[in-house]
Design a protein around this ligand. Structure first.
Ligand SMILES: [Zn+2]
Length: 357
């Protein structure tokens, strides 16, 4: 499933390609002005912290932001960071190495595809790298993607680095929600909220940077629900929209199915954590749209290509029940993120889903 394998890396590579082609200086990021402004002020004041937490929904560009920050910290392009607005030049060797993922002082740590969690061995390797001198740059930078996927042992182990950091070390953790981390970690990092983009920002970016035509950009920017990473993937990969439609078609039929049929769906999607997450994300947006449609706000729904169905179904279910379902899905998402068995969590959700024809 392409939806399931969508990741920051894809988005970063796509953004990097765009940026290399353009060769323009600067952060070159769509939106996230508040986060960039905060980081710039930190750099200008020469008060770079040892650890940051970029918190915000999946696929909105936290990974890109982390890499641009790393570029800016390591850029050898010559601009005086205390005078000019700090930004990467995107042309020096250091900037290009970070862009292409081969700078020896920038370490990306993420969950291995065959593992359920970020492991203590990965954190120990990080600590070993962090205790060494930098190889090329002034800083040793560690980007821990989806840091909430650390198990308890790994999370406790990273605390040691957060408590006694080497002078040159900068840790950047990314998470969909800061509440998913231990309070002891949160208290030792500077949290920066990374926000969803507007549909307008995404539409303009798709037209200007990815040369989309207006009608495709219209639909994709609506479906993206604020996530540029998802939008970029959708225009680059023709199958993605088709797969979204197939998965959503099977999800919207659930209220008409028997319990046995509902559990069959769980069996298909619940055995794979990534697939379960993708289905829950899609389903949450659907019930959010149902609540909006039930309140007469059909034009604000993200599933713009399915508004007729939203209109007829929401009339049957009503606003309160739609909002309740959205909350139930959110709760299931939290359970899955906290490593509760995805299949069990989905089965409970299936029993909670209303019946209607
Ligand atoms: Zn540079």
């Amino acid at each position: 499933m392409h939806i399931a394998i969508l990741c920051y890396f894809c988005y970063d590579v796509l953004m990097a390609t765009q940026q290399t082609q353009a060769q323009t200086p600067g952060w070159n990021i769509v939106g996230h002005e508040h986060a960039i402004d905060l980081l710039r002020r930190t750099l200008l004041a020469q008060q770079v912290r040892h650890a940051y937490l970029f918190a915000g929904p999946q696929h909105i560009g936290k990974g890109v932001l982390a890499r641009r920050f790393a570029q800016t910290l390591l850029c050898t392009g010559g601009a005086d960071p205390t005078i000019s607005p700090p930004e990467p030049c995107n042309t020096c060797l250091s900037c290009r190495k970070v862009l292409h993922g081969n700078h020896p002082d920038v370490h990306i740590i993420s969950r291995a595809s065959d593992k359920q969690v970020l492991t203590i061995e990965q954190v120990r390797e990080l600590q070993s790298d962090a205790s060494r001198r930098t190889i090329e740059g002034r800083r040793n930078i560690f980007i821990i993607e989806d840091a909430h996927e650390m198990n308890v042992q790994a999370a406790n182990c990273i605390l040691k680095t957060l408590e006694e950091p080497e002078q040159s070390v900068v840790l950047i953790l990314t998470v969909p929600d800061a509440g998913l981390l231990l309070p002891t970690i949160i208290s030792r990092v500077q949290t920066i909220s990374v926000q969803l983009l507007t549909a307008r920002q995404i539409k303009d970016a798709l037209i200007q940077r990815w040369e989309c035509d207006a009608s495709e950009a219209d639909l994709v920017s609506s479906l993206a629900a604020g996530r540029l990473g998802w939008a970029v993937q959708a225009v680059e990969d023709e199958d993605l929209l088709e797969e979204r439609k197939t998965l959503l078609d099977s999800l919207v039929k659930i209220p008409t199915l028997s319990t046995v049929q509902r559990f069959d769906i769980v069996q298909r999607i619940g055995s794979d954590g990534e697939r379960a997450r993708a289905a829950l994300e899609l389903w949450l947006l659907w019930w959010r749209d149902m609540a909006l449609a039930a309140n007469g706000c059909l034009d604000l729904t993200v599933n713009a290509d399915m508004r007729d169905l939203l209109k007829s179904q929401s009339a049957k279910v009503g606003s309160d029940e739609s909002a309740r379902m959205a909350r139930a899905i959110l709760q299931t998402q939290e359970s899955v993120e906290q490593n509760v068995n995805a299949r069990t969590a989905l089965e409970v959700l299936m029993l909670d889903t209303p019946n209607f024809k």
